[in-house]
Ligand binder design. Sequence first.
Ligand SMILES: [Zn+2]
Length: 325
Amino acid sequence: MRSKSVWVDFKEIKEKVSMEEILDHYGLVKSLKRKQNELVGFCPIHDRKCQNKGCFCANTTKNNWHCFSCEAGGNVLDFVSLMEGVDIRQAGLLTQKWFGIVSGEDRKLAKEKEEVERPKRKEKEAANPPLTFKLKTLDFKHAYLKERGLKKETIKEFGLGYCKRGLMERRVVIPIHNEKGELIAYAGRYPGDPPKGELKYKLPPKFKKSLVVFNLNRVKDMGEDKGLILVEDFFDVFNLWQAGCKNVIALMGTSMSDEQERLIVEAVGEKGKIALMFDSGEAGKCGSQDALARLVSQVYVKLIKLGEGGLQPDSLSKEKINNLL
Ligand SMILES: [Zn+2]
């Protein structure tokens, strides 16, 4: 921890702290006699009982000093060093502290730190707020849910349903919770191939998916024990979940953000386990390489390859999933 300044900026100290200020710091100015640009009197360095009244002389414009008795002398820092019985570096640190001087190097470090942390803080401040409403009258028996092979208990567990009108009109909605379990958004999946100009998934315009890991709220407590399986999409989660692999989470895409990385690592704990099960296509391969690079130094990562042929975890059989894991 570098809570205190460890860099000593000698040049800056010499520029900013005068000899008179240092003498004043020690309460010595009053005991010295001012003679133009000199302060003359007893030497505070050697024997303080020295009777030679005029042996010590500090120059207030040149910012140096000399004692004619003990032959000590030098600049501001030499003075502090002798007064405190420390080396020049320590003297520099003390002077910086007394006069509130931040060295150029520390300023640079502080600035760099700020630049790294500012965006992180911003993301944190702007977390997705919990929704103040809940979509009602959803059709839990819509044909699309059956088409995707979802069982009744899966639909119920994840609160899925077709929305006839409103926010996610004519889409199957998927409630999204933050890691604390607060409902923060609904994703809307177009049932089937969307018409031209429409996206497969619709998300609220202000929703930041980079701050959320889907299903983390349900698996948080098993992460440290069993590890987690990381997939791309909602339906991958649903399929694995109903195949018995409940410890599954999704990025809601192929790219992992810093915050998602943080949440995932935190959920499995130090030396935890994460199995990456991304689609076998190009995007999935890139995504899993990126996730691997992010996680490998922090947790144990297992890369699960689905083989060629565009396989996706959302359509694998229970047997196949269990073989792979
Ligand atoms: Zn002296």
